[in-house]
Design a protein around this ligand. Structure first.
Ligand SMILES: [Zn+2]
Ligand SMILES: [Zn+2]
Length: 1010
């Protein structure tokens, strides 16, 4: 006997039971250990940060991380899966700053770095419990007990080792460069971090400024009126840093007259600048403007700001005060005629292109903004944050008649991806990894990676590699892996340290305190003697980009090379599989790829599923501010984890953007889970009635066609699901499973109901049980990687309860293998045709408004080939029953249909089916009998009878009804398990109802026997 299964089911409830079964039987650990000795299959877990609640998008990536290894384990692969936690970096610091009410780096240092970092360490796992609970609840099997943690000393030591390797290959350097700088966080961002934070539709000033041409200026310009070079900018705060104007040497420029002044700009931009009507006084080439000198908008010497100048060596040298300072026009190749005036304002301190132009042309360099983004010096707007200073700068220029036009512009601007402060492009010293030195290798190794979806490979990721820039990887922060670089206080030489032992062996080493903590400020106290001059070596204050931490996880999680030194050869590297959201192409995917290429010139993942983002139902980004964040727990508690998993796997291809809605998960439950559950419940209910025991008897007969068909479909499915998963396509696999469950329910079970229902236990009935049993058991295994809970439920009841020697869990079982000899393609396509014809026939019936229970004379099918006609003839009995018609006619042309009246025709996908809707009194009576049967069956249910209970049926009606009851007595008795049909008023206490059927009144009663 199977455990009885009702048609009602509470998925979340039974999932909880299965969770405790897995827990108590240690099924996950056993599923891994059982495959020891098998080929390894390695998943790398991209470490999340556990200092906030996990969201629905985390569930998405975690179930994709789960499905493939579960499948591989069932295929015999040894697949230990280790969890990991990303614990460093700005996100953690920002939370703690908020909590402590600290607003700046100065606040942190006043509070104390030791105390601050201690708080960071505590806060890192603030939501660990919730993460662990959710991970377990969604059935993501990963070893949480032995998770790697990026803040562990061992982890840090491996990261140091990696940096030292790069240092020794001269791939690490310090550059004075313009970097994207977050003035609030007080640190540079790498280009991949910048890529995370662009915001569209940002409003900024769009202004045209007049730079006065100096009287000393040489050249061909008319000099009878004051002349101005017209430039355009959206960042007024960079204007005090202006030290040059750039023109395109080949382009044409015009001098136009406006209000007794001359303005100079590119002729191509005259119209756009609003000067289309102004009279043109002269036309010159850009080259003619080169070396023209102009007066600075703000002479830095008047505002207490240092003026430096680029030297040959790119070093900056301080310049003497000059009250009559002028700057000059330079010719460059980057001046655009798409926007602005064709004259570009250059501030070498505030833009990469500007900086390079400064180096190339030995320009002056004026820095007027500090690291907090505030204006320095004695400007009237000094002390203000740059974006707030914009307005004052405009007012100041306006008062001096130097502002030609001022508007607003909406454009895309980069913001700090963490704190949403606008980033400033800012010249300063930063440590870089020279990834550009291995650009060709980065690109070549990418050829070896399988990307799903494929277009990411040479699209988003490939482009990113093609446009590779050096990795700015130092951070002027506190809570992170310290940069292992020490500098001599006396001779300024640098040394990089690659491990603790190496550090301890340094001459004159001092400062270690037990227990060792490789974080700031403890690591800042470690000093040793300079190998060149004997001076004191002190560590630089920087920490490193936390993306470097997570990208180093393949080695650092194993404390390589200090431990596990066989790691690169023993199958643990590279990973077979990783999966994260698409934004990681510039984040973790990149840092993994870059680090393993830099260190080993090897790939570190072979296959990657790149997931699209999860949006809300309207297609908007989820955010706390908008209040549209979907809580994963709410969904799981309502529908269960399997439903959410299935939705994520099947709703759309993995790479697509998802519009998440609770309704969509509810729909999945109805469409797939309840369909499967009904089949399962149907099977168990009847199998228990008939005391079917699987494997007890061999079916000796040649199996009926219907059984051969579904077994053929099952084997086809088994092969298809396996190969889809081999190709990292859970979506395709899931959709195939859904299709199978659909035909299993709507064709196999429906067509077989009578076989289960009939009272004699013959070979045909046994064949039906055996077949359906095989389908459900195989399904449980095929579904196991996708819906591990439902699969376990089916397996426990169908297999566990009858075969004590079978594996204790479906997840310890082997993945099914298709038996190719059972696949009959012809039969499958024939039945597919029959299903198609049936669905068209039913559509024709409903078009005519005639219920399926009303038998009709015939169906006519227009076939496209003789073989189709033969196939339908072979399946005639099934078709007739399915459509409840008495005859099938197969014709080869639509023409024949026109000659017959009373036909309702439907056409779809090249198939045409017609139903004769005229019916005789005999057919009408038969329809009446069927309707009575249906009412009686409903009454049996309402009365609470068991489906196997035998009954006596009472009826009362007019002569027509009496006639129907008499003519179809055997049929009615058989269908309703009635031993007798009694013409008369039901006895006292009998369940009875008054019914109206097709215009006739009838009183029906049902009484249980025995
Ligand atoms: Zn920031
Ligand atoms: Zn030295």
């Amino acid at each position: 006997m199977f455990r009885p299964v009702g048609s009602k089911v509470n998925f979340p409830q039974f999932e909880e039971k299965i969770l405790s079964f897995w827990r108590s039987k240690k099924v996950f650990a056993r599923s891994v250990d059982a495959r020891q000795g098998g080929q390894r299959f390695v998943l790398y877990e991209g470490p999340p940060t556990a200092n906030g609640s996990p969201g629905i998008h985390h569930v998405l990536s975690r179930v994709f991380k789960d499905v493939v290894p579960r499948y591989k384990a069932m295929k015999g692969f040894y697949t230990p899966r280790i969890a990991g936690w990303d614990t460093h970096g700005l996100p953690v610091e920002l939370e703690v700053e908020k909590e402590l009410g600290l607003a700046s780096k100065k606040d942190i240092e006043d509070f104390g770095i030791a105390r601050f970092n201690a708080r960071c360490r505590e806060s890192v796992f603030g939501y660990l419990k919730e993460w662990n609970a959710l991970t377990e609840r969604i059935g993501f099997w990963v070893d949480l007990d032995n998770a790697y943690v990026t803040m562990d000393n061992n982890y840090i030591e491996s990261v140091w080792w990696a940096i030292k390797q790069m240092w020794d290959k001269e791939l690490i350097y310090q550059g004075y460069k313009v970097t994207p700088h977050c003035p609030r966080c007080g640190t540079s961002l790498s280009s991949h971090e910048v890529a995370l934070g662009y915001q569209d539709d940002t409003e900024d000033p769009s202004i045209y400024i007049k730079f006065k041409v100096s009287e000393k200026s040489p050249g061909k310009l008319p000099s009878d009126k004051p002349a101005y070079l017209l430039a355009w900018t959206t960042t007024p705060w960079t204007l005090p840093g202006n030290t040059a104007l750039a023109v395109a040497p080949e382009a044409e420029y015009v001098v136009v007259e406006v209000e007794n002044e001359y303005l100079i700009l590119a002729s191509a931009r005259q119209e756009a600048a609003g000067l289309g009507e102004a009279p043109v006084i002269a036309r010159v080439k850009g080259a003619d403007l080169q070396d023209l000198v102009y007066e600075p908008l703000f002479n830095p010497h008047n505002f207490g700001v240092e003026r430096q100048r680029f030297q040959e060596s790119s070093a900056l040298k301080s310049q003497e005060a000059d009250k009559k300072l002028t700057y000059r026009v330079i010719a460059t190749d980057f001046v655009s005629m798409e926007d602005g005036t064709g004259i570009v304002h250059i501030a070498p301190a505030y833009g990469e292109v500007d900086y390079q132009a400064g180096e190339k042309n030995s320009l002056d360099f004026v820095h007027t903004v500090d690291l907090q983004g505030k204006i320095t010096g004695t400007y009237p707007f000094a002390g203000k944050f740059v974006k707030e200073a914009d307005k004052d700068i405009l007012d100041d220029l306006k008062s001096r008649n130097l502002l030609f036009r001022s508007e607003k512009i909406r454009h895309t601007y980069p913001f700090c991806w963490r704190c949403e402060t606008p980033l400033l492009y800012y010249a300063k010293q930063t440590w870089y990894i020279r990834t550009t030195a291995v650009k060709d290798e980065l690109i070549a190794r990418n050829d070896e990676i399988n990307w799903y979806p494929e277009h990411i490979k040479y699209g988003r990721f490939g482009d990113w590699l093609q446009n590779n820039v050096d990795w700015a990887f130092s951070r002027e922060r506190y809570w992170g892996t310290p940069l292992p670089v020490w500098r001599c206080e006396s001779c300024n030489s640098y040394e990089c340290v690659g491990g603790i032992e190496e550090l301890e062996k340094k001459p004159g080493f001092s400062g270690f305190r037990q227990p060792i903590d490789l974080h700031r400020p403890f690591v800042d106290e470690l000093t040793f003697s300079c190998s060149k001059c004997g001076g004191v070596m002190k560590r630089l204050p920087e920490v490193i980009d936390c993306w470097f931490d997570s990208g180093a996880m393949p080695i650092a999680q194993h404390h390589y090379p200090f431990d596990n030194d066989s790691l690169l050869e023993d199958g643990r590297f590279p990973a077979d599989y990783i999966s994260e959201a698409v934004d990681q192409t510039r984040g973790w995917f990149y840092s993994l790829h870059a680090i393993s290429t830099l260190l080993f010139n090897r790939i570190c993942f072979s296959n990657v599923i790149c997931l699209g983002h999860v949006l809300d139902a309207k297609g908007e980004k989820m955010s706390k501010a908008k209040g549209n964040v979907v809580e994963p727990w709410a969904i799981i508690n309502n529908y269960g984890a399997d439903a959410l998993r299935w939705y994520f796997f099947t709703a759309t291809a993995p790479g697509n953007v998802r519009r998440f809605s609770e309704e969509a998960v509810a729909e999945v439950t109805r469409r797939f889970f309840l369909t499967l559950w009904n089949v399962y419940s149907f099977f168990v209910t009847y199998a228990n009635i008939d005391q079917f025991t699987p494997g007890s008897e061999k079916v000796s007969l040649e199996p009926p066609e219907l059984d051969r068909w579904i077994i053929s479909e099952l084997n086809q499915l088994t092969g298809d699901v396996g190969s889809a998963l081999d190709n990292y396509n859970p979506t395709e696999a899931g959709r195939r499973l859904e299709g199978f469950v659909n035909v299993l329910s709507n064709w196999y079970v429906r067509r077989s109901r009578r076989r289960f229902w009939k009272s004699e236990s013959d070979a045909d009935k046994l064949a039906a049980y055996t077949t359906l049993y095989q389908c459900l058991v195989t399904l449980s295994k095929l579904l196991a990687p996708f819906t591990p809970f439902l699969a376990e439920e089916l397996y426990q009841n169908l297999v566990g309860s009858v075969f004590p020697e079978a594996p204790e869990s479906v997840h310890l079982a082997d993945f099914p293998v298709a038996d190719e000899t059972k696949i009959d393609k012809q039969l499958m396509s024939d039945i597919q045709l029959a299903m198609k014809v049936s669905s068209l026939g039913r559509a024709a019936r409903s078009q005519a408004g005639i219920k399926v229970r009303q038998p009709l004379a015939k169906v006519i099918v227009v076939v496209t080939s003789r073989s189709e006609g033969e196939a339908l003839k072979k399946l005639e009995a099934q078709l007739l029953e399915e459509l409840n018609v008495k005859g099938l006619e197969v014709v080869t042309s639509k023409g024949k249909l026109h000659k017959q009246a009373d036909l309702v025709v439907t056409t779809e996908g090249g198939y045409t089916v017609a139903i004769d809707v005229k019916f005789s009194p005999e057919l009408k009576a038969e329809g009446m009998a069927r309707e009575i049967v249906r009412r009686l069956q409903a009454m049996r249910r309402s009365a609470g009878f068991d489906i196997a209970d035998h009954i006596t049926t009472y009826y009362q009606g007019d002569d027509y009804i009496r006639g129907v009851m008499a003519d179809f007595a055997d049929y009615i008795k058989q269908e309703t398990l009635s031993q007798k049909l009694i013409d008369g008023v039901p006895e006292e206490g009998v369940f009875s109802e008054r019914q109206r059927i097709g215009g006739y009144d009838i009183l029906l009663g049902v009484k249980r026997l025995g």
